[in-house]
Design a binder for this molecule. Structure first.
Ligand code: SF4
Length: 615
């Protein structure tokens, strides 16, 4: 049988001022038609170089293809001309789905126009025929109101919808091989699950082969048939997903598997304090909708709506929810970075909203933030010593010598050599940059450190190291942490307590062990079930939540989750369920969780049945 796709002895170098290092050195990859082949590796391991070489898009120089073959349907693509690739291969036979759909879509043209252009470039269709085909493809990728979507600009769609448009474009021209380069990296787990399911369905329908690039082993175990581990440009292990994951041979593969199957931290050893550090009462943050965007007066985006929470000293509290659920707005309002609409925040005995400017400045010293992306949060023109020194200069008056000593002490604390002080951020890897950001946040001995998605922009291995470092620092410096993340495994690993938010409201909270063992709210259950698990194979193992998160402008009446809840009842559409303690400090707000309902399991089942019957 003729091999469908093959890479043989491919060696690619990269010309730099320091020399010509080899960035990719692959002996052999073979993919059969209709299969899904996963490539897993850290950033810089050569995954994207491989994808670009297949499409003939690798920039040479600085790239330099020293030797090898990329054979697609019996033809060595490296021997073909750019014109041939442009006219016969790219888009027509091989298409690519990039990580960030915003960088693929042109922001100044409507989505419909862009799909039509792609179709007309690759197929001989009239304007009308291409329009019809575009609408059909939008329906195929399960976007609602196809005609309406055609008229929208990319910024008017959500991240998941944009990624579906890209899939529609890839399939519209009949591509047989799709290279998906971390297509769900920036999406919520629930959206990720539904995109992966759609992609799998379409793969079967259109008999497409997928080369799936990822840095997440769980994702590959759920989505792919075969797997290759790429490390420093070389494939160090490959085979059927099940074989590689159950019986890894290479130390690096074992390390990767260990880093994601790591148990939660032994939090039992943590001292439980009764002392309250932060108390939030009925906090509200509404943003007014400008007149030009709404015909009605007094329209508000209810980003945070009557939130109560208490954080004790030394605790790690995780806040979880899909994008737009209000987690970041909640933290920014607590820090008084957003003017609150109502409610109170008491931090270490101070009412944050009644403090005078200079008092607030002093209190803010005790609260620091580590941001998500260490590539953006560090000034690229400053030396590390100046970045770390900035908060110290604002709050303390140290002479040059003492300042440098403090900077070196902080760098050492986060596991960096003191020589790092005289380097620039670009000289460090993602994980090291995050260490610099952590050192800066600790510079003025804060009491509370907010960790806003601290590991989402870095590799799996660096993630594990950063989480261990954060836990170590929390213990040594007696810190309290608020951890915002959409990565539930990170939250489970680090947090003592967890808060689940949906559309501006807390729907469930409790000790993480309890919540992860026994999620009570239907939203939490769906959220947890949509996480890919290395132990499970096939996208069928992923649960999805139907529909999109409703707008926070005029959110649904009654329970805010009722428009997507598989267990919705009539009462849910009219009344807001109260937050109730169900067991051992485990709280949830859902009508199914009243004492009567929990006492009568049969009634609970009946309710589900009657809902199914109705639908
Ligand atoms: Fe679902 Fe009703 Fe519970 Fe809301 S209150 S989560 S709609 S069952």
């Amino acid at each position: 049988m003729k091999t469908y796709f093959e890479v043989k002895n491919l060696k690619i170098n990269n010309q730099t001022f320091e020399g010509v290092p080899t960035v990719l050195d692959i002996d052999h990859i073979e993919i059969q038609r209709g299969k899904t082949y996963g490539i897993v590796g850290e950033s810089g391991s050569g995954k994207t170089v491989l994808a670009l070489s297949i499409l003939g898009l690798l920039q040479c120089p600085p790239g330099e293809i020293e030797s090898g073959e990329i054979v697609f349907e019996g033809e060595n693509l490296l021997k073909t001309s750019n014109r041939y690739m442009e006219q016969s291969i790219r888009g027509k036979k091989i298409a690519m789905i990039f990580q960030d759909p915003m960088s693929t879509l042109n922001p100044v043209f409507t989505v419909g126009y862009q799909i039509i252009q792609v179709i007309r470039k690759n197929q001989r269709l009239s304007e009308k025929g291409a329009y019809k085909k575009a609408v059909e493809m939008i329906k195929t990728v399960k976007l609602p109101d196809a005609e309406d979507i055609m008229k929208k600009y990319p910024h008017q769609l959500s991240g998941g919808q944009r990624q579906r448009v890209i899939i529609a474009m890839a399939l519209a021209c009949g591509a047989e091989l799709i290279i998906a380069d971390e297509p769900t990296r920036n999406l919520d787990v629930t959206i990720q699950a539904s995109i992966l399911k759609t992609l799998k369905e379409l793969q079967k329908k259109f008999h497409v082969t997928i080369l799936f690039i990822a840095n997440n082993l769980s994702l590959v175990s759920t989505f792919c048939d075969e797997l290759a581990i790429l490390y420093k440009g070389k494939i160090i292990e490959h085979g059927r997903v099940r074989d590689v994951l159950r019986n890894p041979q290479h130390d690096y593969t074992k390390l990767l598997i260990r880093s994601i199957t790591k148990d939660t931290l032994s939090k039992d050893k943590r001292k439980e304090s009764k002392e309250v550090l932060l108390e939030v009462k009925e906090l509200k943050k509404y943003f007014p909708v400008k007149k030009k965007f709404s015909k009605k007066e007094g329209v508000w985006v209810k980003a945070v709506d009557e939130v109560d929470l208490t954080i004790h000293k030394g605790e790690v509290v995780g806040i979880v929810g899909e994008s737009g659920c209000g987690k970041s707005t909640l933290v920014n309002t607590i820090l008084n970075l957003h003017q609150p609409t109502g409610g109170q925040v008491i931090f270490d005995g101070n009412n944050m909203f009644t403090l005078k400017k200079n008092e607030l400045r002093k209190v803010r010293k005790d609260i620091q933030i580590v941001f998500q992306d260490p590539y953006w949060s560090l000034n690229p023109r400053w030396l590390v010593k100046d970045i770390v020194a900035e908060p110290i200069k604002v709050h303390r008056n140290l002479d040059e010598k003492s300042l440098l000593k403090r900077i070196e002490e902080l760098l050492e604390m986060v596991g960096l050599p003191k020589e790092a002080a005289f380097k620039y951020p670009h000289e460090f890897s993602g994980g090291q940059r995050q260490r610099i950001a952590i050192a800066r946040s600790l510079a003025v001995n804060p009491k509370l450190v907010v960790l806003d998605e601290p590991t989402s922009s870095i590799d799996v291995l660096s993630q594990a190291q950063i989480l261990d470092l954060l836990d170590d620092l929390r213990e040594r410096l007696e810190l309290t942490n608020i951890l915002i993340s959409h990565d539930l495994s990170v939250v489970n690993y680090m947090s003592d307590r967890i808060i689940i938010m949906y559309l501006g409201k807390i729907v469930e909270y409790g000790r993480s062990v309890e919540v992860f063992k026994n999620p009570l709210h239907p939203y939490t259950q769906a959220l947890f079930n949509s996480i890919p698990d290395i132990e499970k194979e096939g996208v069928e193992s992923l649960a999805t939540i139907e529909g999109n998160v409703p707008s926070a402008i005029n959110p649904p009446l009654g329970c805010r989750f009722h428009t997507r809840c598989p267990k919705v009842m009539e009462i849910c559409k009219e009344q807001l369920p109260e937050m109730k303690c169900i067991e051992n400090d485990h709280y949830a707000a859902c009508f199914l969780l009243t004492k009567e309902e929990l006492g009568k399991k049969e009634v609970y089942l009946d309710i589900n049945k009657s809902h199914k019957d109705k639908s």
